[in-house]
Design a protein around this ligand. Structure first.
Ligand code: PLP
Length: 379
C-alpha cells in the first residue's frame, strides 16, 4: 500500500484505503464508536480497544500520511498545535530547542510562554542562514525546528544542509511542512527525523476541519516514537473520526490542488511584484527571492502562499484587506477559496512581521479573477 515506488498522485488516492472486507464498500465507512467489543477469547478483532487509543478512521489517515511523507509512522492529532505540544512535551526539562526567527506565531508562543515555564530553553535563530545554525549548534541542543517556507515571510531553510549540521551535533530535526506539503517537499528524504503538519491547512484543503499530524522517519529514535504515542494517547488531543474521514477524502486531491494553487500563485506573485502599490513580494518561486536557489532545489514548485507588503504600511494594508470582494479576509490558509490576512495585528505583541504585510493564501479560483480583485483592492 505504501510502496515507495508509487507516485504522490497514486498514494493520495490509495494509501490507507482498501475495500471494506465486511461490506465491500469502496469508500471507507465512518466508525463513530468510542469502544470496541472483544470476542469470546477476549481478543479485539479489529485491533482497536478505545477511540482515544486508536480508531479505524484515524488509523487509515495515519497510514496515508506516512505514505505521502515517505515516513515509517504517523500520528494524528486534534490540531497542528496539539501535534507541536506533543513534540515539545516529548523532550525533557532543560533541553535547548532551536526555532526559526520567522515561524507560525502559535509555535513561537507555545515554546516561549508555555514550554519555557515547563523547563525547555527555546532560542530563535535565522534558520535560512546555515552559518547561524552552525553557531547555535556549538552549544548542546536537543532539537532543531524548521518551518519552510516560514509563516508569514516565506523564508526558506535548506533542510538537507541544516539536518546534516543538526545530526552531526546530535540534535533531532523536525520540519513543519504545513506550507510546502509533501507534494512539494519531502523533509524525511532530506534528513528530518520528524515532520509536523497542521492538517487544517492544505491537507484538509477545504477549511472545514481542524487537525494535526506528526510523521516519523524510519530512523527516528524509538524512544521519541514511544513518547509521542504516549502523549497522543494519554494527552488525548486526538481528532474525531469524522475529521479523519474528511481528511482522508481530501488527501485524494492534494497533489492536484497544490499544483494548481502553485501555478496561480506564481502568476500572481509576478504580477504583484510589478504593481506600483506593492513594496515587496515574498514568494520563493520568484527569482528575486533571496533563497530562490534553495527553493528550486528543495521544492517542486513555489507553493500557494504569497506574502506582500503594500506601500503605506499598517493603514494601507488594513484598507486593502477591507476592499477585497472575491478573496475572503480571514485567517488560515490552504483551502480551495482564497484568503487574505493583515498579519501583524493577529500575531500579538511579539510579532516581528512588517506592519504592511498581507498574507495571501491562493485558492482554486481562476488567476484572472483573483488578479482583478487584487487590482481593485490595491486601487
Ligand atoms: C496553522 C499552522 C499551525 C497550527 O495549526 P492548527 O491546526 O491551527 O493548530 C502550525 N504551523 C503552521 C505553519 C501553520 O500554518
Amino acid at each position: 500500500m505504501s510502496s515507495p515506488s508509487r507516485h504522490a498522485e497514486t498514494l493520495a488516492v490509495h494509501a490507507g484505503r482498501a475495500p471494506d472486507p465486511a461490506t465491500g464498500a469502496v469508500t471507507p465507512s465512518l466508525v463513530f464508536s468510542s469502544t470496541f467489543a472483544r470476542d469470546e477469547q477476549g481478543r479485539l478483532p479489529g485491533g482497536h480497544i478505545y477511540s482515544r487509543t486508536s480508531n479505524p478512521n484515524r488509523a487509515a489517515v495515519e497510514s496515508a500520511l506516512a505514505a505521502l511523507e515517505g515516513g515509517a509512522q504517523a500520528l494524528a492529532f486534534a490540531s497542528g498545535q496539539a501535534a507541536a505540544t506533543a513534540v515539545f512535551a516529548a523532550l525533557a526539562p532543560g533541553d535547548r530547542v532551536l526555532l526559526p526567527d520567522d515561524l507560525y506565531h502559535g509555535t513561537r508562543y507555545l515554546a516561549k510562554n508555555e514550554f519555557a515555564r515547563w523547563g525547555l530553553v527555546p532560542e530563535f535563530v535565522d534558520t535560512s542562514d546555515l552559518a547561524a545554525i552552525a553557531t547555535a549548534l556549538q552549544r548542546p541542543a536537543r532539537l532543531l525546528w524548521l518551518e519552510t517556507p516560514s509563516n508569514p515571510r516565506l523564508k526558506i531553510s535548506d533542510i538537507a544542509a541544516a539536518a546534516q549540521l543538526a545530526r552531526a551535533a546530535g540534535a533531532l530535526v523536525v520540519v513543519d511542512n504545513t506550507w510546502a506539503t509533501p507534494v512539494l517537499t519531502q523533509p524525511i528524504a532530506l534528513g528530518a527525523h520528524l515532520v509536523l503538519h497542521s492538517t487544517t491547512k492544505y491537507l484538509g484543503g477545504h477549511s472545514d476541519l481542524l487537525g494535526g499530524a506528526l510523521v516519523l522517519g524510519a530512523d527516528a529514535p524509538a524512544e521519541l516514537l514511544a513518547r509521542l504515542r504516549s502523549w497522543q494517547n494519554l494527552g488525548g488531543a486526538v481528532p474525531a473520526p469524522f475529521d479523519c474521514w474528511l481528511l482522508l477524502r481530501s488527501l485524494s486531491t492534494l497533489p492536484l490542488r497544490v499544483r494548481a494553487q502553485s501555478a496561480t500563485a506564481a502568476t500572481l506573485a509576478a504580477w504583484l511584484a510589478e504593481h506600483p502599490q506593492v513594496e515587496r513580494v515574498y514568494y520563493p518561486g520568484l527569482a528575486s527571492h533571496p533563497h530562490h536557489a534553495v527553493a528550486v532545489r528543495q521544492m517542486a514548485a513555489g507553493g500557494g502562499m504569497i506574502s506582500f507588503e503594500v506601500r503605506g504600511g499598517h493603514d494601507a494594508a488594513k484598507a486593502v484587506a477591507g476592499r477585497v470582494r472575491l478573496i475572503t479576509p480571514a485567517t488560515s490558509l490552504g483551502g480551495v477559496e482564497s484568503l487574505i490576512e493583515h498579519r501583524r495585528p493577529v500575531e500579538g505583541p511579539d510579532s516581528v512581521t512588517p506592519p504592511g504585510l498581507l498574507r495571501f493564501s491562493v485558492g482554486l479560483e481562476h488567476a484572472d479573477d483573483l488578479r482583478a480583485d487584487l487590482a481593485q483592492a490595491l486601487g
